[in-house]
Write a protein that binds this ligand. Structure first.
Ligand SMILES: [Zn+2]
Length: 141
């Protein structure tokens, strides 16, 4: 698949990704009291997706070189990585016991803990969001 084709594909299907993320974002509104950070995260993700989609549209509109899309993607990746805690607060495993989290816990709960760990601590549902965990050093576990 050539770069031109990739630009066309992104320009054609990009809106669906944005719509899907915003639809998910609407669903997250019912979980505001324990999922505010994750709701914001899908909003940020949809903005980043919109950025890449808009770049593809501009490239087609002004007949710019297709390789410029790589620049847009690189820019979005840099933004996402420097704001990792805000853009991607999702974890697949419980912060406390490492058990795999269900899809609802992953998408709707900021705590990133399983239901039984939260019950065990008797935390109220409106616990303030935990501060983002620092990244683990490379090589360490
Ligand atoms: Zn747990």
């Amino acid at each position: 698949m050539g770069m031109d084709q990739i630009v066309y594909t992104v320009a054609d299907h990009g809106p669906w990704l944005v719509v899907a993320l915003l639809t998910l974002n609407l669903g997250q509104r019912r979980h505001l009291e324990h999922g505010e950070r994750k709701r914001l995260a899908t909003l940020y993700l949809s903005l980043l997706a919109l950025g890449i989609f808009s770049a593809a549209q501009l490239i087609l509109l002004y007949d710019w070189p297709s390789a410029l899309l790589l620049l847009a993607v690189a820019g979005v990746v840099v933004v996402a990585m420097t704001n990792h805690a805000y853009v991607f607060p999702f974890r697949l495993r419980c912060r406390t016991c490492e058990v795999r989290l269900g899809i609802k816990r992953i998408i709707f709960y900021d705590s990133n803990r399983c239901a039984s760990c939260e019950r065990a601590d008797g935390e109220p549902a409106d616990t303030p969001p935990a501060t983002p965990t620092p990244p683990t050093p490379p090589g360490g576990r």
